[in-house]
Design a protein. Structure first.
Length: 81
């Protein structure tokens, strides 16, 4: 296939993967993403990637705090006999 007559097959695959990712992870309707200008699509992809990276870092920091604290055993009431 000649690339100068239109989009290459590789570009078409990349485009539709990007559209799927935005529609699936960004909860945006498919046709809204498909008809969106390229500049807007790239903007939203960057925003989505940044958001997911922040979520991941918050998750890892929260997980690290829970792992760092030793788990204490529950004690019963103190009964003197």
């Amino acid at each position: 296939m000649w690339a100068f007559f239109g989009l290459t097959d590789n570009y078409k695959i990349q485009l539709h993967e990007l559209i799927f990712d935005l529609a699936h992870y960004g909860n945006i309707e498919y046709f809204a993403v498909y008809e969106m200008p390229v500049q807007y699509r790239t903007f939203y992809v960057r925003k989505l990637v940044n958001l997911k990276e922040k979520e991941k870092s918050h998750y890892e920091s929260a997980k690290g705090k829970n792992d760092a604290q030793p788990q204490q055993m529950a004690k019963g009431p103190a009964i003197n006999r």
